[in-house]
Design a protein around this ligand. Structure first.
Ligand code: PEP
Length: 262
């Protein structure tokens, strides 16, 4: 199946009202106009989302209105409401137009102790609210060097499959080797493809509709390496951190996704 590519920017904890406005306006202005040649509408070649810090959802929601950009968040509570100070529910994200939410990013697993089971529950909470979870999996350098890459990513994804059962075809998966995030060190296209193929097979075994699930690569994807990564048969897009904060770089990655889809 030819899956539509998805390029999702993860701003992490960056931004200000002023900087966000400049960045989003530059991205919107740089997107090809609808009808500008075959596949020129970004909507026809690749989906694009911006996953922003929660306080900026309202601002970015209004900035992306009437553009082809979708809005996303970076985390969600497993709870629906109540005495959970500091948490943000999926219903709240939905009210601000979030179409996606990142769950289980390695920074949350590492710095906030999120477990596979919590990540699975977060994916469930998102799905229940009609939001697509972007489920991150990935091994550390030590795990890769110990030959555990496959076992680690399969364990992380298995937890999400176990809890979300028949809804699993509604998720997006992001393979993000921890050693490649924010380090400038990217997995080679072959290394990434190898893991994506493992994840694809795991999804296939779990669902008859697995071919709908997009598997993104994340980890220092940039304007220079995007095309070769996105050319791999099982790489359906990218989760982009640092390069999503620079409009020119982000636009080049979007262009690479559109070219790969053409
Ligand atoms: C990320 O934060 O998900 C990420 C992939 O970051 P970077 O692109 O900066 O490595």
């Amino acid at each position: 199946m030819n899956r539509k590519k998805l390029i999702a920017g993860n701003w992490k904890m960056n931004g200000s009202l002023q900087a966000n406005e400049a960045l989003v306006r530059a991205v919107v202005a740089g997107l090809p106009a609808a009808g500008e040649g075959a596949g020129a509408n970004v909507g026809s070649g690749a989906d694009v989302a911006l996953c922003v810090p929660a306080p900026y959802l309202a601002q970015v929601q209004s900035l992306v209105q009437a553009s082809a950009l979708d809005l996303g968040a970076q985390d969600v509570s497993v709870h629906a409401s109540g005495a959970y100070t500091g948490e943000v529910s999926a219903a709240m994200l939905r009210e601000f137009g979030a179409r996606y939410v990142i769950v289980g990013h390695s920074e949350r697993r590492q710095y906030h102790g999120e477990t596979d089971a919590q990540v699975a529950d977060k994916a469930k909470a998102a799905l229940a609210a009609g939001i697509t979870p972007i489920v991150c999996v990935g091994e550390t350098l030590a795990e890769r060097e110990a030959g555990q890459t496959e076992a680690v990513v399969k364990r992380q994804l298995a937890a999400v499959i176990h809890v979300n059962g028949h809804c699993i075809s509604e998720i997006v998966v992001a393979y993000e080797p921890v050693w490649a995030i924010g380090t400038g060190r990217t997995a080679t296209p072959e290394q990434a493809q190898q893991v994506h193929a493992v994840l694809r097979a795991q999804l296939h075994a779990a669902s008859t509709r697995d071919d709908r699930v997009r598997i993104l690569y994340g980890g220092s994807m940039n304007a220079a390496n995007a095309a070769s990564l996105l050319a791999q048969p099982d790489i359906d897009g990218g989760l982009i951190g640092g390069a999503s904060l620079k409009s020119a770089d982000f636009l080049q990655i979007i262009a690479a996704a559109r070219a790969a889809a053409a």
